[in-house]
Design a protein around this ligand. Structure first.
Ligand SMILES: [Mn+2]
Length: 365
């Protein structure tokens, strides 16, 4: 039998969570995408079982790192325990020094980083190629403390949004049994779930808050999810908060359609099989657009760039028949560019660079 990587990965997280005392103050630091938000909510519900005050959510400034200013803000909150979910980096040595402590639990699924004292859960320590969203780890973690039917849909939204369904078969099997209305009666693949299922709709409504309003929107989505009794109100917009999420989602979908048309007109084929497109939008729509467009480019690498102030944000995706290592490609493309950074996963990565270096970046792809 194949080894259960999730089970082995969460062992030390279970020990950490069990050691939390009822009067301790717990912070859960998270980023802005669905996987990190859904993970935070699930872990928060676990902690709700055995502390008086429950855990407090702490939205980080960036979606990918813990920064010095985050550390300073968190320190003011005078917490006893810190849990960080689905965050790839700690921005500086100073920030690392502040959080690398035995009272920190870090759960992530990007390239592993090194801690001295923090409890670190990352499935890639066991298999460096495994792609396992943190929402799935959080779901398994929840299963060690209680019955999972109330958090399963939240985990499934996080996993689906991170395109990690393949590694979470048991979760989706469970969903098919538990609530076929949510996933559809027949076994659907990821793309079908996204496009046609209620689960896909939920993923979009939550993520579109971030798409339209950035970090502030993500915080709003997390806070809404935190107190939501069932997913149904997210679909019908029955409360003020869910109505607002639905309205934002409508705006994002309109913009999405406009950009798909524009992509088909303006995309450029660069050397080899690389398709480059610069997104003319103020919304944070790059990753959802990339996730959609890549299915029509099975043999290509998709490089989507979007300007934000004087920075170019870039996302790399590959079609299902392409085997390019996008982590390496992103790193290579920013080489020698001052203020440039790039990396991520083999199948999806990102980069960021000052706008004036775009020609050099394109040459280095
Ligand atoms: Mn993730």
């Amino acid at each position: 039998m194949e080894k259960d990587i999730a089970k082995l990965t969460i062992e030390n997280a279970i020990t950490f969570l069990k050691s939390i005392k009822a009067d301790e103050k717990v912070l859960i630091a998270h980023g802005h995408d669905n996987d990190t938000i859904c993970s935070a909510i699930i872990v928060q519900r676990i902690i709700g079982h055995f502390t008086e005050a429950g855990a407090e959510l702490f939205p980080l400034k960036d979606n990918f790192a813990v920064s010095d200013s985050d550390v300073a803000e968190m320190k003011k909150l005078d917490y006893d325990r810190l849990i960080v979910v689905d965050i790839a980096h700690v921005a500086t040595d100073k920030a690392m020094k502040a959080i690398d402590h035995k009272d920190t639990l870090f759960i992530d699924h990007h390239q592993p980083i090194k801690f001295k004292s923090a409890v670190y859960c990352n499935p890639r320590l066991l298999d460096k190629h495994v792609y396992m969203p943190v929402s799935y780890l959080a779901y398994r973690l929840y299963g060690s403390f209680g019955e999972t039917s109330r958090v399963a849909w939240i985990a499934a939204v996080g996993v689906l949004s991170d395109h990690g369904m393949a590694v979470a078969k048991d979760l989706f099997e469970f969903m098919y049994k538990l609530d076929p209305k949510l996933v559809g009666e027949k076994r659907a693949d990821e793309e079908e779930l996204f496009t046609h299922s209620t689960l896909g709709k939920l993923a979009k409504v939550l993520d579109n808050a971030r798409v339209v309003k950035g970090r502030e929107g993500a915080v709003f989505a997390a806070n809404t999810l935190q107190i939501l009794k069932s997913y149904k109100s997210l679909i019908n917009g029955g409360t003020d908060d869910t109505a607002r999420l639905k309205e934002w989602s409508g705006m994002a979908e309109k913009e999405f359609k406009r950009l798909v048309t524009d992509f088909n007109k303006k995309r450029k084929l660069l050397k080899g099989n690389i398709i480059f497109y610069e997104i003319p939008s103020v919304m944070n729509i790059k990753s959802s657009l990339g996730g959609y467009l890549v299915q029509f480019c099975p043999g290509n690498v998709l490089v989507l760039a979007q300007q934000k102030d004087r920075t170019m944000d870039v996302s790399f995706r590959r079609g299902k028949n392409d085997k390019t290592d996008l982590n390496k490609m992103a790193q290579r493309a920013v080489k020698g560019i001052p203020g440039g950074a790039g990396g991520g996963h083999e199948a999806a990565s990102g980069a960021r660079l000052p706008i004036k270096y775009l020609p050099k970046f394109l040459k280095q792809l």
